[in-house]
Design a binder for this molecule. Structure first.
Ligand code: TYD
Length: 131
């Protein structure tokens, strides 16, 4: 699949004392970090996303709970389950994403740029033309 892949992180620590997981820019994630945000309290029956980006790169990590991410690059489609804080999903440009089945999830998004509505492709037909 184009511009989208699973990532795996390693926490420091052990079961006795717990874990700490650092994420450094241009190292643990393949871009300079300009923004983070997180989704929380999303009801189970809600599906979000429905967009792609033109330039933005993101890494998604579910810090708590569980969530499913459906991604489509215009050719290949897959669903990834994020259910532990050591698992990540890289999503680059021109990947349509929908997030669903939020189960008490806190979904962290690490992003390569500031929020810009002009970087969004929210029209699915437009996405199919561009991808
Ligand atoms: P959106 O990216 O569409 O959320 P989702 O894909 O999870 O459904 O953003 C929802 C709203 O929040 C939209 O009005 C834009 C706003 N927003 C910001 O103001 N700053 C941000 O960093 C993000 C990600 C969204």
């Amino acid at each position: 699949m184009k511009n989208c892949y699973d990532m795996s992180f390693k926490g420091i620590g052990n079961k006795e004392v717990g874990f700490l997981l650092p994420v450094e820019q241009n190292c643990d994630v393949p871009f300079t970090i300009k923004r983070i945000y997180y989704l929380y309290d999303v009801p189970l029956n809600i599906r979000r996303g429905y967009h792609a980006h033109k330039k933005l790169e993101q890494v998604l990590i579910c810090l708590k709970g569980k969530v499913k991410i459906q991604v489509y690059d215009g050719n290949v489609e897959k669903v990834i389950v994020l259910d532990k804080p050591t698992k990540g999903l890289y999503i680059g440009p021109f990947v349509w994403r929908e997030m669903f089945d939020f189960e008490d999830a806190v979904l962290l998004v690490i992003a390569s740029d500031f929020y810009s509505e002009s970087d969004y492709i929210r029209d699915y037909k437009q996405f199919l033309i561009l991808s």
